[in-house]
Design a protein around this ligand. Structure first.
Ligand SMILES: Cc1cc2nc3c(=O)[nH]c(=O)nc-3n(C[C@H](O)[C@H](O)[C@H](O)COP(=O)(O)OP(=O)(O)OC[C@H]3O[C@@H](n4cnc5c(N)ncnc54)[C@H](O)[C@@H]3O)c2cc1C
Length: 461
């Protein structure tokens, strides 16, 4: 290929880009990958990984308290935020090095700096050098959206800054109702901050099953998080005493910090997509087909920049499938149905498939099975908490089309339930599986009584 300097130029060394670069190089392609920030992208540097480390840190708070019911006496524990942040940063640096080593090992060349497309095959690097690539993969991710430019928005932090606060805020107002807002509300609350979670809609976790939304909200409130819905932050003022947020109903709330986690926006502007004539969707993401090919045949796009299912494993799968399709001789479409996902709240949420409402929209007959129960560990601990599980079943085929769990271990459980759902397991298959006792997960295979049954557009029972 004398015309091209490389077979593949990847823009963005995050979850999707790194996987695609690695697999393409393993298939024998000459690969360059450009990164304007730190290698690893959102997930490793300012997303899933640091978030989960903070979740782990915060969970000790309840463990110390609960241990007393099991006979332990623990000296009053104390918590040091700067130690947590420093240790978290060390781990992130280690992971970043591991990503770089992986790229080096397979012979993919990493260039630091912002890459800009000049046309469909030409990429300009940060130092002005230009390269011709046979294929281009856009894996530029997404960025935090802070919403409309309200007065005082400069005082508001996002999840990016939350990972680097010099001290734990005594109180924090978090605006947002999605998983990132909820997870940070839990982290700060368990570590000792007084937390108000403010969401403009009717209830948190829009798009999740209504029972899950209700159950989690109650659990969060029981744990001391103040959940306020139907309001927004209209302005934020700062003084030496703190931050004063004026809400849409005129209330003024004083807190130590204000954080917004209200959405993310695809990184699809400012690096030449127009020059290359790559088409965007209405929601700002790059339009692609099931092979992640854009409107320009030699340009592909994976991950959050395509705004399909914005999760790390999905970006990784899309990157891998792209490399197999283009360089492995194995056309591989990506199936975005039935993606299991978790919210690392307290208690955790794990879900896959259709909600009760969606199932009723799509299927002529739907059966619902659900249960709430006190997790065994909470008994001696004396903790006031309940777990929730729901199975949504196609009443015609008996297939389990949705599973919704709120409770300890929900994220681990849903990964495995995901296999059964992907394999089209029926409710009878669940019932035929022997329970593991005593566990919470056994409830998934022992729910016998229908909580509801729907016929065409009607609730039968
Ligand atoms: C706080 C938070 C928590 C999250 N938690 C989870 C979770 O628990 N589980 C989960 O599955 N997902 C989670 N996510 C989502 C997950 O991080 C993303 O879905 C995933 O990182 C997307 O990968 P990507 O490859 O599309 O983009 P990214 O990982 O964002 O990588 C894109 C990279 O491209 C670089 N870049 C952009 N433009 C250019 C350019 N022109 N030139 C060079 N480089 C460029 C960026 O600097 C970035 O490093 C979380 C996200 C956040 C913000």
């Amino acid at each position: 290929m004398p015309d091209y300097d490389v077979d593949l130029f990847v823009i963005g060394a995050g979850s999707g880009g790194v996987r695609a670069a690695r697999i393409a190089a393993e298939h024998g392609a000459r690969v360059i990958i450009a990164e304007q920030d730190r290698v690893g992208g959102t997930c490793v540097i300012r997303g899933c990984v640091p978030k989960k480390l903070l979740v782990y840190a915060s969970r000790y708070a309840e463990d110390f308290v609960d241990a007393a019911g099991y006979g332990w006496s623990v000296a009053a524990p104390s918590f040091h935020w700067p130690t947590l942040i420093a240790n978290k940063d060390l781990e992130i640096a280690r992971l970043e090095r591991a990503y770089i080593t992986t790229l080096e090992r397979v012979g993919a060349r990493l260039v630091k700096g912002r890459a800009v497309l000049e046309d469909a095959h030409t990429v300009r690097l940060g130092d002005g050098a230009k390269l011709r690539a046979k294929y281009v993969l856009i894996a530029t991710g997404a960025h935090v959206s802070m919403g409309p430019e309200i007065p005082g928005i400069r005082h508001v932090i996002s999840s990016n800054e939350a990972f680097h606060l010099s001290e734990l805020p005594k109180s924090i107002l978090i605006q947002g109702g999605g998983y990132i807002a909820i997870e940070f509300a839990g982290i700060f609350s368990r570590l000792g901050s007084e937390v108000t979670l403010l969401y403009r809609g009717e209830n948190i976790l829009r798009g999740f099953d209504d029972d899950v939304r209700e159950h989690l909200r109650l659990e969060m409130e029981t744990r001391g998080i103040k959940v306020v819905t139907g309001k927004t932050v209209e302005s934020v003022e700062w003084s030496a005493e703190g931050y004063f947020s004026t809400l849409s109903d005129g209330t003024i709330l004083e807190t130590d910090r204000v954080m917004f986690a209200i959405g993310r926006w695809p990184n699809a502007a400012g690096f030449g997509l127009e020059a290359a004539e790559v088409k965007l969707k209405e929601n700002g993401g790059i339009a692609v087909d099931e092979f992640s090919q854009t409107s320009v045949p030699n340009i592909y796009a994976v991950g959050d920049v395509t705004d399909r299912v914005n999760l790390t494993p999905v970006a990784v799968r899309e990157g891998h499938a792209f490399a197999d399709t283009v360089f492995g001789g194995k056309p591989t479409p990506v199936d975005h149905e039935n993606v299991p996902t978790a919210v690392f709240s307290e208690p955790e949420v794990g879900v896959i498939g259709l909600t009760e409402a969606k199932a009723c929209e799509r299927l002529p007959k739907v059966d619902i099975y659900k249960t709430t129960f006190r997790p065994m560990k909470a008994t001696l601990a004396g903790r006031d908490t309940r777990s929730f599980m729901k199975l949504v079943v196609d009443g015609t085929t008996d297939r389990v089309v949705g599973c919704h769990i709120v409770g300890p271990g929900a994220s681990e459980m849903i990964q495995l339930v995901g296999i059964a759902v992907k394999m089209h397991a029926t409710k009878a298959d669940f019932d035929a599986t022997m329970a593991v006792h005593p566990t919470a997960a056994e409830e998934l295979v022992t729910m016998r009584d229908k909580a509801a049954s729907y016929g065409p557009k009607t609730k039968i029972s």
